[in-house]
Design a binder for this molecule. Structure first.
Ligand SMILES: [Zn+2]
Length: 95
């Protein structure tokens, strides 16, 4: 039953692409589907850990293993002065 449905679709696809060998179907849309799948896996692996958030998660939350997006990070974005002050403080610790 399923094989018959697949077969009918395969023939319909081949007819749609005017491709008697089915080669262009395999290297065209099928490759696109594979790329989309890879993109999906990439997003699933790298998106924000907050449920339902699809932004790229690039900011680790200190004290946890969560990686979240800028919007969901508990800390505010540091100001240029803060970055500079912390950089100088870290430099002093090293000396
Ligand atoms: Zn988020």
């Amino acid at each position: 039953m399923f094989a018959t449905v697949f077969d009918a679709r395969w023939h319909a696809l081949r007819w749609t692409w005017h491709d008697p060998d089915g080669y262009n179907i395999v290297s065209g849309p099928l490759a696109d589907i594979t790329l989309l799948g890879a993109a999906y896996v990439f997003v699933r692996r790298h998106n924000c850990h907050v449920k339902g958030c699809w932004r790229l998660g690039r900011h680790p939350v200190s004290g946890t293993t969560y990686i979240v997006c800028r919007k969901h990070h508990p800390d505010d974005s540091p100001t240029a002065e803060q970055v500079r002050a912390e950089h100088l403080a870290a430099g002093r610790q090293c000396l």
